[in-house]
Design a protein. Structure first.
Length: 66
């Protein structure tokens, strides 16, 4: 699969994933397992929810005109 998660998006996903997991541990809830999803998508660099819409948060490189 083509990567569609940019660097800022990755940072947000990691923070969100860790917070969800920690809240699950603090409140002793199995819902904390959901925090694995944003962590996995950040590590993989692919978000399946973006694919049907053609969304990509990766910055495009500027091409130099001659």
């Amino acid at each position: 699969m083509k990567k569609n998660v940019g660097s800022i998006d990755k940072v947000v996903r990691v923070i969100l994933g860790v917070v969800i997991i920690l809240l699950g541990l603090i409140y002793q809830s199995w819902w904390g397992i959901i925090g694995v999803v944003p962590l996995f998508t950040a590590i993989a660099g692919v978000c399946p929810a973006y694919l049907p819409f053609g969304i990509s948060t990766i910055k495009k490189e500027k091409t130099e005109k001659s």
